[in-house]
Design a protein around this ligand. Sequence first.
Ligand SMILES: *[C@@H]1O[C@H](CO)[C@@H](O)[C@H](O)[C@H]1NC(C)=O
Ligand SMILES: *[C@@H]1O[C@H](CO)[C@@H](O)[C@H](O)[C@H]1NC(C)=O
Ligand SMILES: *[C@@H]1O[C@H](CO)[C@@H](O)[C@H](O)[C@H]1NC(C)=O
Ligand SMILES: *[C@@H]1O[C@H](CO)[C@@H](O)[C@H](O)[C@H]1NC(C)=O
Ligand SMILES: *[C@@H]1O[C@H](CO)[C@@H](O)[C@H](O)[C@H]1NC(C)=O
Ligand SMILES: *[C@@H]1O[C@H](CO)[C@@H](O)[C@H](O)[C@H]1NC(C)=O
Ligand SMILES: *[C@@H]1O[C@H](CO)[C@@H](O)[C@H](O)[C@H]1NC(C)=O
Length: 705
Amino acid sequence: MAALTLPRPPFSAFILLLFLLRLPYSHQQQPQTPPAPSAGGELYFPGFKNSASNISLAGFAQIQRSNGLLQLTNHTSRLLGHAFYSSPFRLKASPNGSALSFSTSFVFSIVPEYPKLGGHGLAFALSPSPHPAALPSQYLGLLNSSDMGNFSNHLFAVEFDTVQDFEFGDINDNHVGIDINSLVSNDSASAAYYAGDSSGKVDLNLKSGKPVFAWVDYDSGSTTVNVTVSPSSSKPTKPILSFKVDLSPILNEHMYVGFSASTGLLASSHYVLGWSFSIGGGGDSRALELSSLPQLPGPKKDHRVALAIGVSFSVVLVLVLAIGAVFYIVRKIRNADPIEDWELDIGPHRFSYQELKRATDGFKGNQLLGAGGFGQVYRGILRNSKTQIAVKRISHESKQGLREFVSEISTIGRLRHRNLVQLLGWCRRRSDLLLVYEFMPNGSLDKFLFDGPETTLDWDQRFNIIKGVASGLLYLHEGYEQVVIHRDVKASNVLLDGELNGRLGDFGLARLYDHGSNPSTTRVVGTLGYLAPELSRTGKSDAFSDVYAFGAFLLEVVCGRRPIEPKAPAEELVLVDWVWERYREGRVLDVVDSKLNGEFNESEVLMILKLGLMCSNSKPDQRPSMRQVMRYLDGEVEVPESSRAPGALEVERGQGGFEDFLDSFASSSFDNMSSSSFTGRRDFDTTLSLSTPRSLPNVSTGYTR
Ligand SMILES: *[C@@H]1O[C@H](CO)[C@@H](O)[C@H](O)[C@H]1NC(C)=O
Ligand SMILES: *[C@@H]1O[C@H](CO)[C@@H](O)[C@H](O)[C@H]1NC(C)=O
Ligand SMILES: *[C@@H]1O[C@H](CO)[C@@H](O)[C@H](O)[C@H]1NC(C)=O
Ligand SMILES: *[C@@H]1O[C@H](CO)[C@@H](O)[C@H](O)[C@H]1NC(C)=O
Ligand SMILES: *[C@@H]1O[C@H](CO)[C@@H](O)[C@H](O)[C@H]1NC(C)=O
Ligand SMILES: *[C@@H]1O[C@H](CO)[C@@H](O)[C@H](O)[C@H]1NC(C)=O
Ligand SMILES: *[C@@H]1O[C@H](CO)[C@@H](O)[C@H](O)[C@H]1NC(C)=O
């Protein structure tokens, strides 16, 4: 650390001025043609000053002119930065030859925006392209969601990851990993180093903002990759990762060598201070010494600038600041919404109300995207990062419910999967809760299915959406450390991204109504037509009730109509019964959406319909788990023919299957009446016509504990 301290201000201010004066000259530097592909050789960059022509930069990445510091990202969300040596290296002696030994060392620093929360990480990479077509956030700028794990990626990377992504099975939020063609690490270890020969591991914080020394060595003889990190320039003798892998089939003959970094919802500035690389020589890459590397920008920088500008300016500045502060405080008092203790535990995802107000133009009507069950949704653009967002505004009369829900946001906000709509943050203002989500340009799926849609989806698109939603739901049920029950799976909660991939939204929201205001009632939440019959008896949602709703969803995607369609002829009123009748009669393809004009893959459609019926079984343990559903969808297992009606169980018990089925609708509708607005009006109407006096007494007992 001592080496990092800057000289006293007046001197450094002088240097700074010198650099400022020098700037025009560096502009005139001619871009040089990149040298021919290197075969064997060495790189040595103790800082990247005057190396702009040797390094190919992309994304945010830049080399600071003043001191030659390579910066890959700053504190802006969802950035990526690439810095690769401008010409590819020959990593194999011949196309079919074996990969050559190489050795590299570099010094990097990760300065997070919030002290303990990094975002997302940095990687040393061997890549076929100096600018991979990749995504930021958890993809680290190396891969995208469509090429994950593909053998044709020819990617080798060592990640220094500061966010724990459950999707990729990360071990923690401070680890080193070896990634081959995928961001699911082949081997990883918590960041640490062996201080001496005999002593144990010492933890190393990657996101401390201090320089971290790293070494990556590949030995072609023993086909081993070693990764070592240390807070100082002396290389520990024992690596933190030693992974046996023959890189020959993974690498191309010529590859680009360099770095990639990205930020996500949370951001860090990622810097590379120096880098050396050697290949084919057999020896270690040249050592880097901290004293010869550029210095990281520290808090002292402001000090320097202020002094360079001069004392007189600072006086003006102080005055301006003082006036600004007075205005700010006055405004703050006007908009005061004191933060309560429990909110402090939630973490950094809290947006300020002002920011969201600005982003949505003050929640103006023309920004309204829709008004759904849980509240209104507005479109917005965050001023700082220019990110498009959707803001959901929910009013909740019960402070208790709101409080418990907000405390769950920390969990929900950590769920990450490409088939879930990412929750970016939240804001509470009085009894309003504002949830900030990723913006989904194509809106919700129901608009493409029901009520004479303007555009409709072809079968392949529908099948892809079904698979996406299934894998999102499987992640909620099994991919996370705790089981997350969605409770409101339906077409209108499935949103479509720019590429028409299905993304499940609103997960966890239904929970808000569980912590309802009336303690004597356990509200059954969800939407009529998707509610599993057992919910009316137990009132408890579980993974199987999600599967039931998923079954209803499957049928509506194939048939292009809602689970209950009041306008339909009486026998077709309840979708699942209609499908079952047709299936029994061997005419099941009659139910397929006529908007498909008969163009569909018959075996896929049949499979989905059978699966839909299977999931709609009134007996929870007859429904498949989402993992089984995934197997059916992937064609690993064939969906069995069913010989019983989905409601058969109730008949056996002598309760009358169909009536019990309707009862469960009626009862859920009764509950909906009291919390008026959270199902669509159409559903509400239906239930009124379905509720018979006979079924109502059932209802009141069904819900009170
Ligand atoms: C950078 O490129 C120039 C011109 O091609 C070359 O002379 C120089 O050796 C290169 N430096 C490194 C470190 O590769
Ligand atoms: C990051 O860099 C961009 C572009 O140079 C700049 O507009 C933005 O203000 C920077 N963000 C932060 C937080 O420094
Ligand atoms: C390399 O391998 C490919 C396919 O395995 C083969 O067709 C080709 O002839 C080989 N080339 C050399 C130079 O051995
Ligand atoms: C994903 O990466 C592959 C290969 O790098 C590229 O061909 C493809 O276009 C990328 N897809 C997207 C959506 O960027
Ligand atoms: C892997 O990528 C290649 C080329 O980009 C593509 O043709 C192939 O379908 C991909 N394989 C998988 C399993 O995605
Ligand atoms: C690395 O992991 C990927 C998937 O995560 C796997 O396909 C590949 O076989 C693994 N490679 C090695 C050498 O273990
Ligand atoms: C990797 O580490 C192991 C264990 O310390 C060591 O035996 C081996 O020589 C190292 N290999 C390389 C290429 O550094």
